[in-house]
Ligand binder design. Structure first.
Ligand code: 9YT
Length: 132
């Protein structure tokens, strides 16, 4: 069994900081669960474009408010605590955070460790592992 504490993980290199968000990766590829599990904070007043070509992602909002727009059909969905979205079509999307948002995110295939978005908002399939 794997047991990890978010507070401990936030103080380790499991915490990855980007321009509009930071994410603490509680489960990664090395845990061999078939998915990775992250707690992500989206900074207030930010807009983030993402396009996970190589991954499927599901997201549960647990704090804050914002909206997500799918680029192909321009549909906008309001995101608040209790709402999930799942990028089952590798949907290109734009997340606008009106307040700070906290999200629980699951990725398949699992992230390896230190991934940050490339210029299209995607993660590569290879990345540096975390040290523990
Ligand atoms: C909601 C979202 O996708 N934010 C970007 C960070 C990502 N969830 C991650 O790396 O944990």
């Amino acid at each position: 069994m794997i047991v990890r504490d978010l507070a401990d993980a936030e103080a380790s290199d499991r915490r990855v900081v980007s321009e509009t968000w930071e994410s603490t990766r509680l489960l990664l590829s090395s845990d061999q669960m078939g998915f990775s599990l992250h707690v992500t904070t989206i900074y207030p007043g930010t807009i983030t474009s993402m396009w996970y070509r190589n991954h499927l992602e599901a997201v549960l909002c647990i704090e804050g408010e914002g909206e997500i727009q799918t680029v192909d059909d321009r549909k906008v969905h309001q995101i608040r605590p209790g709402v999930i979205y799942a990028l089952d079509q590798h949907d290109q999307h734009i997340l606008t955070a009106r307040t700070q948002m906290r999200m629980v995110c699951v990725f398949n295939p699992p992230l390896i460790g230190k991934e940050v978005h490339d210029e299209d908002g995607a993660y590569p399939l290879e990345a540096e592992e975390v040290s523990d």
